[in-house]
Design a protein around this ligand. Structure first.
Ligand SMILES: [Zn+2]
Length: 65
């Protein structure tokens, strides 16, 4: 199942970043890169990554409902 993520839907309204990923690990990797480059989070914790992946999962399940 593809995961769709956007910063706006995760609460960062001013960031226009969005992406899709093939699985959670792929998304977490993309987010770690994006957070370090755009949000000045140089070492995103597992807690943050897990939370953001969860946001994407929740949206995915809503989209399929
Ligand atoms: Zn962002």
């Amino acid at each position: 199942m593809a995961l769709k993520y956007s910063c706006a839907s995760a609460g960062a309204d001013s960031c226009g970043f969005s992406t899709t990923a093939t699985d959670k690990a792929d998304l977490a990797r993309q987010l770690a890169d994006h957070l370090s480059r755009v949000h000045a989070v140089t070492t995103p914790t597992q807690t943050i990554l897990r939370y953001l992946v969860k946001c994407a999962e929740d949206r995915g399940s809503l989209a399929n409902a």
